[in-house]
Write a protein that binds this ligand. Structure first.
Ligand code: IPE
Ligand code: IPE
Ligand code: MG
Length: 242
């Protein structure tokens, strides 16, 4: 449970970074860092549920991560397969709903099937909404939405005057998610790396030097306390300054 005096963000998004550096610091192959990273995912999903977070979105693999060596991509896809096979039953038992965003056409067919089954199995769950971004890039998502809109306009199903922010957001992968309130990035990097570019317009950012494999409940709690100290104005004047 979260401390009673702390405002818990509804939607927390995390850029899980630093697996490679965690491994290198121990003289281990990068794959070992990714394996420990998967443990951190388990811990963090559990902690998010315990803290009362409704939406948790994890950046697992970016559209740019395809540029990594084939062996590393294969290691990451192997871990993903393992995670999907091993975790769905427990997620479902805990009433977690799983969604995947990103370009799944680039994923292997068996992984796509595992994802479809996991999404179908957990569709009615209403505890934590867990979204994993795989082969995901914010720009690619925006371009795909533009293309959908262009198709609908050309087919005469959408009038250009009807295109507003809400209509655009409905054509993004995140159409059924609220915007993130808090974005956490681990490993000390302070950049967005093409993650949820549209959705993070008014998101609060929390950067921590902790490497992803070391992340857990205490770090998530710290991020939430930091979030609680922010004054979100959304462009307006703060109430106490009026
Ligand atoms: C995050 O850790 C995992 C993915 C991006 C898939 P990295 O693999 O980026 O680790 P560093 O940044 O090299 O330490
Ligand atoms: C961002 O991390 C992508 C994920 C965490 C999945 P990267 O390690 O790929 O980002 P850069 O290359 O340092 O910007
Ligand atoms: Mg990295």
């Amino acid at each position: 449970m979260a401390p009673a005096d702390v405002h818990v963000p509804r939607h927390v998004a995390i850029i899980m970074d630093g697996n490679g550096r965690w491994a290198r610091a121990r003289g281990l192959p990068r794959a070992a860092g990714h394996r420990q990273g998967a443990e951190a995912v388990r811990r963090t999903v559990r902690a998010a549920g315990d803290l009362g977070i409704r939406y948790l979105t994890l950046f697992g693999f970016s559209s740019e991560n395809w540029k990594r060596p084939e062996t590393e991509v294969a290691d990451l896809m192997g871990l993903l397969r393992h995670y999907l096979r091993a975790e769905i039953a427990e997620l479902h038992a805990n009433h977690v709903r799983l969604r995947v965003i990103g370009d799944r056409d680039r994923l292997a067919r068996d992984i796509r099937v595992l994802i479809e089954n996991a999404e179908a199995t957990t569709r009615e769950n209403d505890a934590l909404n867990l979204t994993v971004a795989l082969s995901y890039g914010g720009r690619q998502e925006i371009v795909a939405a533009v293309r959908r809109i262009a198709d609908e306009v050309r087919a005469g199903r959408l009038a250009p005057e009807a295109i507003d922010e809400a209509a655009f957001a409905r054509r993004l992968d995140t159409h059924d998610l609220p915007d993130p309130d808090l974005l956490v990035r681990t490993s000390g990097e302070q950049r967005i790396s093409n993650f949820m570019l549209w959705q993070c317009a008014y998101t609060e950012f929390h950067f921590t030097p902790t490497l992803w494999p070391d992340f857990g409940e205490a770090h998530l709690g710290e991020a939430i306390r930091d979030f609680g100290s922010r004054d979100r104005r959304f462009g307006a004047v703060a109430p106490q300054a009026r």
